[in-house]
Design a protein around this ligand. Structure first.
Ligand code: SD4
Length: 302
């Protein structure tokens, strides 16, 4: 098995996020601190139109963000459709640590963040606004497959994306984080899988963790990340568990599944990892003492 500590995360931009998480992990820090610090990198990235600042807006022009975090004790925190706050993952952590609740949404989430010292700022950039106005001309909602990677590659287009990150620290404890601006040009108020514990992210310190990316509706329907962790509990390898979850989505909605992307990423307690997606084009990044910037193409059904 790969050496611990280890951190893995979704898509090409997982490499830079992992690097940040690695600073905490390699110093003997806690996986929870590592995943929060790691996913803050794409959240802050102005060239990333799928997470945090500069995320693409909904069809009414609002940038609304979803995020959640979960630790080795099964504590979790989440924000859904939060506006004006650039680091929803840190708000999610604060919901976990400072409130009796798991999830805050919309105005209440923003209010909580501001009361706790987060800066309220405009997240819609001129570039994102331009893309939205362009989209309004046809107003066709059709999620673009693997846009998360395309936007970082030559000639790429822009539309949506998510970073999901899972880490095991030197003590062998697991945490995970997931953050996104969701599907570009979604309906106002739409919340995807990413802030929903069990759908976009699930961690069980006895077994392992899983996270997802792609069209969140199909992941929610199948409680995807929880399913992956439960399959690992039954003895599936991380890759087998991710594949079975993808197959479940396809079986439930075969026609829909042909046209969309969903990918799962998982790690077990030993540090073994794996991923599977409906379509080609998914990727994930791995970082431990052996390899700092490993990028692995996700296997797929189609
Ligand atoms: C969502 N799962 O809001 C997210 C989108 C995503 O990469 O993963 N984009 O449905």
């Amino acid at each position: 098995a790969p050496t611990l500590p280890i951190v893995i995360s979704t898509w090409d931009f997982g490499i830079v996020a992992n690097k940040e998480a690695w600073k905490t992990l390699s110093a003997g820090g806690r996986a929870l601190d590592a995943v929060e610090a790691g996913v803050r990198i794409p959240e802050a990235d102005m060239h990333n139109h799928t997470v945090g600042r500069a995320g693409y807006p909904d069809r009414d022009g609002h940038v609304t963000l979803d995020a959640c975090i979960m630790d080795e004790f099964g504590n979790c925190g989440s924000v859904g459709a939060i506006e004006y706050i650039a680091h929803p993952i840190s708000v999610a952590r604060m919901v976990m640590e400072k409130t009796p609740h798991v999830m805050l949404v919309g105005d209440g989430a923003t209010q909580f963040a501001v009361e706790n010292g987060f800066k309220k700022e405009k997240l819609l950039t001129p570039e994102s606004e331009k893309a939205w106005k362009e989209w309004l001309k046809t107003a066709q909602y059709s999620p673009v497959m693997n846009i998360e990677n395309q936007q970082h590659r030559p000639g790429g287009k822009y539309n949506h994306d998510t970073i999901g990150m899972l880490a095991i620290d030197a003590k062998g404890n697991l945490s995970g984080a997931c953050t996104t601006s969701g599907m570009a040009f979604k309906m106002h108020g739409r919340v995807g899988d990413s802030p929903i514990i069990g759908a976009g992210l699930y961690v069980d310190n006895e077994v392992g963790g899983a996270t997802s990316t792609g069209v969140g509706e199909e992941v929610i329907r199948n409680v995807g990340s929880f399913l992956v962790v439960e399959l690992m509990r039954q003895g599936y390898s991380p890759e087998e568990a991710c594949k079975a979850a993808v197959e479940r989505i396809i079986k439930k909605k075969p026609e829909t599944a042909k046209k969309i992307q969903v990918g799962f990423l998982a790690i077990n307690k030993k540090g073994e990892y794996g991923a599977y997606a409906i379509q080609q084009g998914f990727s994930f990044a791995v970082c431990n003492a052996q390899k700092q910037d490993l990028l692995i193409p996700g296997k797929s059904i189609y």
